[in-house]
Ligand binder design. Sequence first.
Ligand code: PHE
Length: 339
Amino acid sequence: MLEKVKEHIDNVQAFKADSKEAIEAFRIQYLGKKGLLKDFFDAFKEVPNEQKKAFGQAINELKELAKEKINSLKESVASQEEEAGIYGDLTRTGYPMEIGARHPISIVKNQIIEVFSRIGFNVSEGPEIEDDWHNFTALNLPAHHPARDMQDTFFIQTDPDVLLRTHTSSVQVRYMEENKPPIRTISPGRVFRNEAISARAHCIFHQVEGLYIDKEVSFADMKQTLLYFTQEMFGKSKIRLRPSYFPFTEPSAEIDIYWGLKTETDYRITKGTGWLEIGGCGMVDPAVMTNCGIDPEEYSGFAFGMGVERIAMLLYQIGDIRMFFENDVRFLKQFSNAL
Ligand code: PHE
């Protein structure tokens, strides 16, 4: 009899279980109403007196051991369940994580900022909702100036003084008002024009405008700066400045770069000329400087502006400007290995 109890003590010690069901079956086997311990306690009466002490101790030990075993197994199963709840199945293989991509407009904008920062330009930003002064009047476009029509402005209807900026020249006005020359700043940002949407034009787009003001700044300085930019950005080393008109610069010019005529695409995008317009530029009009608190007798400067979408379309051979705003992942994913 005693031998049997000892055997069960060994069994209980060796017992392992990792489910609630197995633990419950084990409990019933030993501690249940018809369990083994009940049998042993019943058998106690039959045991000869001289063996009662040793047998009683053994069955008590077995009972305590079984209880302890059940408690510790229950605890470990519960903590396993809790961990699984927090971490899930720790043995599963990892999900492949999709890496996002920077938007092509951000990529190109950052590239432009980088190229100009190397020659000492800082970055300035301003509000997208502007007032008439910063978007027009300070830039030599007083009320009723015909050139205002060129800009297809979105007005906030209740207040004709509040509008969506049509160019980031408004940021340059703010910058001049708040900073003394020398000024070397570029202003990237989103602009708005009430234009019909097509493959080539959108009512929302991005510009980077630049402003350089110091003593004795000349047209040649501007051309050299723009040439540096086109070389760094496009690897093209020929530009021309075609006379043009902007109310805020005098003289003014369109910036053309020589793209070449090597491929059929070159022919198509340059309309067979090899030349491509990428923006406007000019010497800051003295009236604009005066409006912004800078003395045009003492200082001179140049400004330029270009469309980021247009540059991105050229660099990545994108045929339709609307792609930038649709956020189709099949389009965006193609830029995941760009910087
Ligand atoms: N602000 C002009 C535009 O949006 C671009 C420009 C900037 C032209 C600076 C000349 C000088 O079209």
